[in-house]
Structure formats: structure tokens, C-alpha cells
Ligand binder design. Structure first.
Ligand SMILES: [Zn+2]
Length: 329
């Protein structure tokens, strides 16, 4: 088969292409891995290959009517489901809609595919509803589930699906892809690849989307501002972060974590290994003002806040708690 347009994950691509060639794609596929590692890209390739009307060894061909409908989000035999709000849950009504969709025979192809993203955020009701569909799928139906981590899902769902576990890519792979496929200048490619932690999707967005990149810079700038704030101001900052629709809190925490790691590196004499070199002055200032043990406990506190958010804790409380306990400037 012709190579699929995806960076890394070669073994997963080989496995799926073989399944498609032999017409052995399972009814339920569970693709797991960290955010922005390539789960959606891979799922769309599988869906495309299943629905494409091009030559068998060229699917998805990208040019047939089915492929063009997929690209514009208008293929009647593919349903994409994801939480309606950025950090929201996947609800039972959404899974019932999937059931209804799969109950009707396909329109334009021999198959029908439901692609469900962020399944780790399914409510227990939604997960149980899906289980019913998984038990007796119609012959033409394919479910592709995406989740960060299969461990958090109902074991009965995992056992009924074929699992594909995607790992973060090597930093060098991300760097090379940024340079060669997205024409990112070498220095920026190196920096973004290191921040990405192997999550290629993040690196591509940070390199190509000015707004997205600015969000990272804003988050890093806030890192220093917060330290100079008194407690009432920190409350306000927490509230503003929650209310501002342009801010993604878990992403902000991710950047703070990379920033504080840099502070720790500077404090321990490893400044050259810091990744936010263009914020060197700011980070060095923090490194000079904050005692080393406070840096270590701050790193733990940021991680703790991230975990609380993943467990769907009250975001505002978690964030307030973090900000109030940050060291003073
Ligand atoms: Zn096609």
C-alpha cells in the first residue's frame, strides 16, 4: 500500500494497512496514547482507507469523491463524536446518537464508521451505552475509539476492542518532521521538538499556528507575573484563567511545568539544557529568587493540579489552590 501521511507510528500503520488489505479490520478499534500524539490522524487514515473508492493499494487516495467528502467532513457514513466542550464529558446522548447512526445501513459505501474521540471522558452511562453496541455490532459497522489511556476505561470495552497503543515519538523524529515537512527553521524546530515531549500534533500546531504559539508565550509570561502577585490578585488570576475561553488550563499547566523544569535546570547548573532559551532572563530571575526546595515542591504542585483536572476535579478550586501555594516573587 502507498505510505500514509503520518509522522512515526510505523508499526501501527503497517498493522492497520495489512488488516485493510485482508479486509480484517476489527469492528472495534481502540487507539490510545497521549494528547496530540497522532491518534486522530491515524483514525482518519483508517476511516479514509475503509471508505475510499480509489484503487485498493492506494487507499485513502485523497482524490475520489468519498475522500473529498471525508476531507470536508461531509461523508454520510462517517460520524465523528467528541465532547461538546473543550474539557467536558462525553455524554450518553452522544453515544445514543452513535447507536442510531450505526443502526441504519450505510448510504454510499459498504461500511459505516463511528469515530469517538476522548473516550476517557465518557460518563459511566455513556460507556455502558456503548458496550451494548460493541456486543452486537452490525456487520457493516466500525467503531474507532480514541482515548489517552486504556487503563481508565471499562475493562469490558477494552477487551472487546483491538488495541493500538501509540507512544510519544522520539524528539529527533519530531524535529526532523518539523524541518522537512513543515519547513520550520532549525532552531525553532529543535526547541518545539523538545517542548513537545514527542507529541507531534502539538509541535506542528505550535509551529504553524500563531495564536497557539502566542498562548504558550502568554502562559510563560504569566509564570513570572503570578509570583509577584499578592493573594487576592492570585485569586483573580485563577478566575480569569478559568473564564477566558481562549485559555486552555491544562495546556497552560503543561507550559508552566516546562518553565519550572527550566528553573530547576538553571538552579542546578544545567542552564544549557533548558528548553525556553528565549525566556532565559525571566527564568533566571525566578531561579535566583526562589529557593531550590520551593522549585521542587512547585513542580509537584503543578503536576498535582494537572492530575486533579484529569480526575475532573473543580478546575477553579484546583487552580486557586495551586496559585496560592506558589512561592512569592
Ligand atoms: Zn479515495
Amino acid at each position: 500500500m502507498k505510505p500514509w501521511h503520518i509522522v512515526g507510528h510505523e508499526w501501527a500503520v503497517r498493522q492497520l494497512q495489512t488488516a485493510i488489505e485482508h479486509d480484517e479490520v476489527p469492528h472495534a478499534l481502540l487507539i490510545s496514547g497521549p494528547d496530540n500524539v497522532g491518534k486522530m490522524t491515524l483514525a482518519r487514515l483508517v476511516a479514509g482507507a475503509l471508505l475510499c473508492k480509489g484503487q485498493a493499494d492506494e487507499r485513502p487516495c485523497g482524490v475520489c469523491l468519498a475522500c473529498r467528502k471525508l476531507a470536508s467532513g461531509n461523508h454520510p457514513d462517517l460520524m465523528l463524536v467528541e465532547p461538546e466542550e473543550e474539557d467536558g464529558a462525553l455524554k450518553i446522548d452522544q453515544i445514543r446518537a452513535v447507536e442510531r447512526f450505526l443502526a441504519l445501513t450505510p448510504n454510499e459505501s459498504p461500511r459505516k464508521i463511528a469515530l469517538i474521540a476522548a473516550f476517557e471522558r465518557a460518563t459511566i452511562g455513556a460507556a455502558n451505552a456503548l458496550l451494548k453496541t460493541l456486543e452486537e455490532p452490525p456487520a457493516y459497522a466500525h467503531l474507532i475509539l480514541l482515548a489517552q489511556d486504556a487503563d481508565g476505561l471499562l475493562p469490558t470495552i477494552v477487551s472487546r476492542s483491538q488495541q493500538i497503543v501509540l507512544r510519544p515519538l522520539a524528539t529527533a523524529t519530531v524535529e526532523q518532521a518539523l524541518r522537512e515537512q513543515w519547513n520550520v527553521p532549525a532552531e525553532q524546530a529543535t526547541r518545539l521538538a523538545r517542548i513537545s515531549g514527542g507529541r507531534i500534533g502539538w509541535a506542528i500546531r505550535a509551529a504553524t499556528d500563531v495564536v497557539y504559539h502566542q498562548r504558550m508565550e502568554n502562559a510563560l509570561a504569566l509564570l513570572l507575573d503570578v509570583l509577584h502577585q499578592d493573594l487576592p490578585a492570585r485569586f483573580d488570576t485563577a478566575q480569569a484563567l478559568i473564564r477566558d475561553a481562549s485559555v486552555n488550563v491544562s495546556e497552560t499547566l503543561e507550559y508552566w511545568l516546562t518553565g519550572w523544569r527550566d528553573v530547576l535546570l538553571i538552579q542546578t547548573g544545567n542552564a544549557e539544557r533548558a528548553i525556553h532559551q528565549q525566556h532565559h532572563t525571566t527564568l533566571t530571575q525566578i531561579a535566583q529568587h526562589v529557593p531550590l526546595p520551593a522549585t521542587v515542591s512547585t513542580l509537584k504542585a503543578v503536576e498535582g493540579c494537572q492530575e486533579a483536572l484529569q480526575r475532573n476535579a473543580n478546575a477553579q478550586l484546583a487552580l486557586e489552590n495551586l496559585l496560592l501555594n506558589l512561592p512569592g516573587g
